[in-house]
Design a protein around this ligand. Structure first.
Ligand code: ZN
Length: 83
């Protein structure tokens, strides 16, 4: 079973061009990664921008989460010191 799914651009619905395929070993299994682009260059630029924005958002959320965890840890330490 190869190509179980069609990789269509979510913006314009055109079939995306695979530019890179690589395999990655994760623990005991090998995962196949594909990098694809939209045949429409303008459309791909917009997609790239959106991905970048989402990644930034994700990073910000991750940083916030880390900060919260750190604060919680500090609070826990204070508690254990007091208790
Ligand atoms: Zn597209």
């Amino acid at each position: 079973m190869e190509k179980a799914y069609r990789n269509n651009c979510y913006r314009c619905g055109r079939e995306r061009i695979v530019v890179k395929v690589w395999k990655e070993k994760v623990e005991n299994s090998v995962i196949e990664n594909t990098e694809s682009i939209c045949p429409d260059k303008k459309c791909q630029e917009v997609v790239d921008q959106e991905i970048r924005r989402q990644r930034n958002k994700h990073l910000q959320a991750e940083n916030k989460r880390k900060e919260m965890l750190r604060n919680r840890k500090i609070q826990l330490q204070i508690k254990t010191v007091r208790g």
